[in-house]
Design a binder for this molecule. Sequence first.
Ligand code: SF4
Ligand code: SF4
Length: 445
Amino acid sequence: MKLLTFKGGIHPPYKKEYSEKKAIEIAKSPKVVYIPLQQHIGAPAKEIVKVGDLVKVGQKIGEQQGFVSCNVHSSVSGKVIAIKEHELAGGRGTCIVIENDFKEQIHESIKPKGNLEDLSKEEIVSIIKEAGIVGMGGATFPTHVKLSPPPDKKIDTVILNGAECEPYLTADHRLMLENPEDVVYGLKVLMKSLNVSKGYIGIEVNKPDAISAIEKEAQKYDDIEVVGLEVKYPQGAEKQLIYACTKREVPSGGLPMDAGAVVNNVGTAAQIAKTIKTGMPLIERITTVTGSCINEPKNLVTKVGTLVSEIIDQCGGFKEDKIVGKVIMGGPMMGLAQYTIDIPTNKGTSGILCLDDEESKTPKPQNCLRCGKCLTVCPAFLQPLYISAYSLKNDFESAERYRALDCIECGSCSFVCPARRPLLQSVRNAKREIISNRRKESAKK
Ligand code: SF4
Ligand code: SF4
């Protein structure tokens, strides 16, 4: 097997040992779910149910608004008891609150979609769109949009991301090990939807059991190649994965389709397979619950809309001898720290990471030492020290000249900086300001 990688990157402590050997379990169904209308990149869905309505599992309860948006479905059967604002992982937003009747009644619309051979490209994209499927690695970009490239973009490669390079997270690892059939079938669906004859599945070589499970399944097809990836962060980032698999570079400011590739997470592929085979939309996902403060780390299939506090309880709660410092939705590098655990999970909740107070401390930043380490590791070949310095001086024009918008927000620069400079935060802030200024400029025209 070839061992592929990209230029730059870091080797953080992986800490996968908490949960990598834990087989996937189904979480208990919650009494109440809080299903956000915004669980994806793009416009929020619009509710199509009202308080008092009875709903079933898989029933559409939120309709996508515009092309870059997603449908939302009920993860339980029961009664809509409120449609209201609630705390979410990234701020506040509207949720459809459903009281579970525990009857698990499946909605009448949920039916298998037929044989893949009989489905056209257009039908596949329409099924994925209707099912509200998003990038399940955490990015939550609507999958039907990725599968609808403009006619002038020639796509010849589909890549599945099985790197799971974020420390602590093991949901994708367990999925590949326990359900390789759906992962590979999902890739075949994606390849057909894009009329592509070459598929790759990239997996970091610290998961040899997953590689052999996926290889065994992929052997059935001569157009799928399983590639072993060097263990390095951010190996699973789209541009870095495309380079590792194809040696093609996505141009500055460009998208994967500019390199002829579409990248999806292995979890997304498995969900696509499930939707084609059973008709069930995206209403649940595997979430790794992990970290030093959790009594029983697990890989749990959780229904979208379950409160994080309930999931933590199902994992034995917090350890009594630990002081919880941070609860992060996602992994430690790209996840978001939360100030409450009374927030619901969503389609992108790959992990719930609970760190103690020692692990959560943020050291005081010192002056830049001009050591150049941040330049060496940046996988986007940026100069984080300069972008950060301009950002901190509110000189966003200069930050833009230094290609701040090409930052993939991986946090590698902050991780290696011996002066503990807040590089990621300041580069991220520069990106936000540049995009906001561009919007203001185009509104004036
Ligand atoms: S500048 Fe952006 S892409 Fe480069 S290392 Fe820092 S966070 Fe990652
Ligand atoms: S790694 Fe930190 S100290 Fe070194 S050059 Fe970059 S910002 Fe300066």
